[in-house]
Design a protein around this ligand. Structure first.
Ligand SMILES: [Zn+2]
Length: 65
């Protein structure tokens, strides 16, 4: 079950309070098993956050439901 932590995650940006989503970096299965922490990148869901207010995502992860 190497992909337990590789699900897409959602969070709220501390800078703009916009929605963020975490996209895991695609890896082959051996690399997935070997990694300690899921590699990937956060991105703003709202395109306006890219255009009007460009800044690095500052994720505050949403609590698990
Ligand atoms: Zn933001």
């Amino acid at each position: 079950m190497p992909d337990f932590n590789r699900r897409q995650r959602s969070a709220t940006c501390r800078t703009c309070e916009g929605k963020l989503r975490f996209y895991p970096k695609p890896l082959d299965e051996a690399a997935m098993i070997a990694e300690d922490e899921t590699e990937g990148a956060w991105a703003h869901l709202n395109v306006n956050d890219w255009i009007n207010n460009p800044h690095p995502p500052d994720p505050q992860e949403n609590p698990a439901p």
